[in-house]
Design a protein around this ligand. Structure first.
Ligand code: ZN
Length: 393
């Protein structure tokens, strides 16, 4: 049976299977599979997750990847994606794909853009080309990409923006969300809105309440994890989530450290993405349940243990810490490849444990364990989410 006919008639949407407090386990039904939530989605900005082949991602349990529609529209350009029949075929990935709308680049390329109510003119940092991105064009790009989850174009304010500025960008975000809905996505695609509101509690609530009235398939919390205090991220996400419909998936954009995820799952967030595990891996840091290990440290030079005892990734099954330390010491790409495999497998195992604990009713115990053994554990310390929310994955 062809892939297409298998997918025919498949229902898209979200179902909640079990709750433990506000934390919930659900199933997200997309055109490219059904995925258990809470879920972590690795970032594949340039139609690849750096150093990982599609079959490696599949084998470690990755279900959905994130793609960046603005970057792909610049390079290789939509014509190239079109002749492949979409992003899934282009990158040989038959799992789920969520595409960002370009909204985050509106924020991150502040010096390279001009914005008004119609849209945003962005000058590419890659080749200097200019693109006037409107809500409609953003959806059209994502229709060509053929992603499973399409994000609306939003105006993400800066963390230091005034109340007036945050309100203005919120109004624009809501108007653009409405225009995206009216333009519409392809059959088989889902459309998610993005709640904004800057660092202001009442604007966060207002944004969620207004967007909740519109018929989106899911809702994202945008504009956080941008360097604000950890407690503020949690509080403002909580305020947002409380005003969103309980039956729809909630996606926290651009945050993915284990300590952030465990706190946000507790208040009912279902989806996460971040460059965090892959970027740390390329810089020689391994994630483990006991904390982070800087494999470049001299103490690993003759360490015959695997990166993490009990991990079933290709790095831990086949290689010692000593060997991977050596690869980093010599600047060999294989070091980054092995650690990326390990870190992404760690994230999959971490999410599996979270889901199981919600099923078992032991989420609170697991949260305590994560904070004690992971955050306060024996591993090397890095500041919270220090590599999150950067432009390039
Ligand atoms: Zn491993």
């Amino acid at each position: 049976m062809s892939e297409k006919s298998q997918l025919k008639g498949q229902t898209l949407g979200f179902e909640i299977k079990v709750c433990n407090g506000k934390a919930r386990v659900g199933k997200l039904h997309t055109s490219h599979g059904v995925f258990d939530t809470p879920i972590f989605m690795p970032v594949g900005t340039n139609a690849n997750v750096k150093l990982m082949r599609a079959d490696d991602l599949k084998s470690i349990g990755v279900g959905i990847l994130l793609g960046n529609s603005y970057h792909l529209a610049v390079k290789p350009g939509l014509d190239v994606i079109k002749i492949h029949g979409g992003l899934h075929s282009f990158m040989n990935w038959n799992g789920g794909i969520l595409t960002d709308s370009g909204g985050f680049q509106v924020f991150s390329l502040r010096d390279l853009r001009q914005i008004n109510d119609d849209g945003v003119l962005i000058r590419s940092p890659v080749d200097g080309s200019k693109l006037f991105l409107t809500p409609e064009l953003s959806i059209e790009i994502q229709r060509v990409l053929g992603s499973d989850i399409v994000m609306v174009l939003d105006h993400c304010p800066g963390p230091m923006d005034s109340y007036e500025e945050a309100l203005k960008s919120l109004r624009r975000t809501h108007q653009w969300a409405d225009r995206c809905l009216k333009y519409g996505v392809n059959e088989g695609q889902m459309l998610f809105a993005i709640a904004q509101g800057g660092m202001y509690e009442d604007l966060r609530r207002l944004s969620a309440q207004e967007l909740a009235k519109m018929p989106f398939d899911g809702f994202a919390v945008g504009g956080l994890s941008l360097g604000e205090e950890f407690e503020k991220t949690l509080h403002l996400t909580g305020v947002t989530v409380e005003s969103l419909p309980i039956e729809k998936p909630r996606y926290f954009m651009g945050g993915g450290s284990p300590e952030l995820i465990v706190h946000l799952v507790e208040i009912g967030v279902d989806m996460f993405d971040s460059v965090f595990p892959t970027r740390l891996a390329r810089h020689g840091t391994a994630l483990t349940f006991k904390g982070r290990l800087n494999i470049k440290s001299a103490r690993f030079k003759d360490d015959l243990d695997p990166i993490e005892e009990g991990c079933d990734c290709i790095a831990c099954k086949n290689y010692t810490r000593s060997y991977i330390h050596h690869l980093f010491d010599r600047g060999e790409a294989l070091g980054g490849i092995l650690l990326t495999n390990h870190n992404l497998r760690f994230m999959m195992r971490f999410m599996e444990r979270l889901r199981r604990s919600i099923y078992d009713g032991t989420f609170v115990d697991l949260k305590k364990e994560v904070i004690n053994s992971y955050v306060k554990g024996e591993g090397d310390k890095l500041c919270y989410d220090s590599v999150d929310n950067t432009v390039f994955g």
